[in-house]
Design a protein around this ligand. Sequence first.
Ligand code: DAH
Length: 335
Amino acid sequence: MSAFLEQIEPLKQAALNDFTGAPDLATLDQARVVHLGANGRFTGLLKQLGQLPKEEKPAAGKEVNLAKQSLEAALAERRAALELEAARPANPTDFTLPGRRRPLGRLHPLTQVTEDIVRSFRKIGFVVADGPEIEDDHHCFDALNTPADHPARDMQDTFHLPTTPRLLLRTHTSSVQIRVMQQQPPPVRIIVPGRVYRRDNADATHNPTFHQVEGLYVDRGVTVGDLKGTVEFVFRELMGPETRIRFRPHYFSYTEPSFEIDFSSALTRRMGREWLEIAGCGMVHPKVFENVGYDPEVWTGWAFGFGIERIAMIRYGINDIRLFYQNDLRFLRQF
Ligand code: DAH
């Protein structure tokens, strides 16, 4: 073997050792320059080729080029491996860790009670209606036949807004009775869950804002019997099948006759009482029908309104209304 050919293998091995042993991309590039750069050691061989005797050139050229190709392949392979390593994150994901659980929320107890009430009324053909929380005197009071000297119309009892004409935060959901009847001809069969406002100080049983459900049924030949049957059906669904209902005469300006509803069940006995007052109701006053353009000689109806907080408190044995609004998870998680 010629002296030239004998140099190939050691130079190639030296380069291969440096390439495969390079710990990072910078070192690898230095090794490339040392061996394959313009003045590199292996490159020197290529330069010597030209000085070889003519008959040795083809064989020597072939050997040198094969060696060069294998060096370039080794270089590329090592570079790819080092690049992959460099791209790996410093703190790789530990796929054996348990996944992150999203804590599952739940519905607020007031929402749960409201949905139960709505579900019961839907079974007997009622639909949910809605109205604005910012109201005017007409819908909140006048159209409901509520006289100008009624205490609910007093600045002391109601949140009035400094607007002209005067607006207020609705004191009850009864205003939606008027809005619905103004918009559609009878028959009407609606319930209205919603937020209401009163100028009260917060204590265990009062809060300046709370929730009511209003009900209104208008058709031909509607009676107090229909009212009582409906209320009994819904309260038995809500408070248990042995629930009893009692009507006591009362006064509301938009119903005649008017009643307060008491109920009795295991829940009231748990609270040490046989009967608990739960709602106001009555037969829609003819004046109210006149105010919305319904003929009171043709149409009859009943209406009721009750507080959602009160029902939730009795149902769950809650003794302070303020707990509903504090968003304390220790409270909310119990429902
Ligand atoms: N609006 C009354 C209140 O806030 C409740 C009420 C009583 C509603 C009698 C009615 C009704 O629809 O007929 O206390």
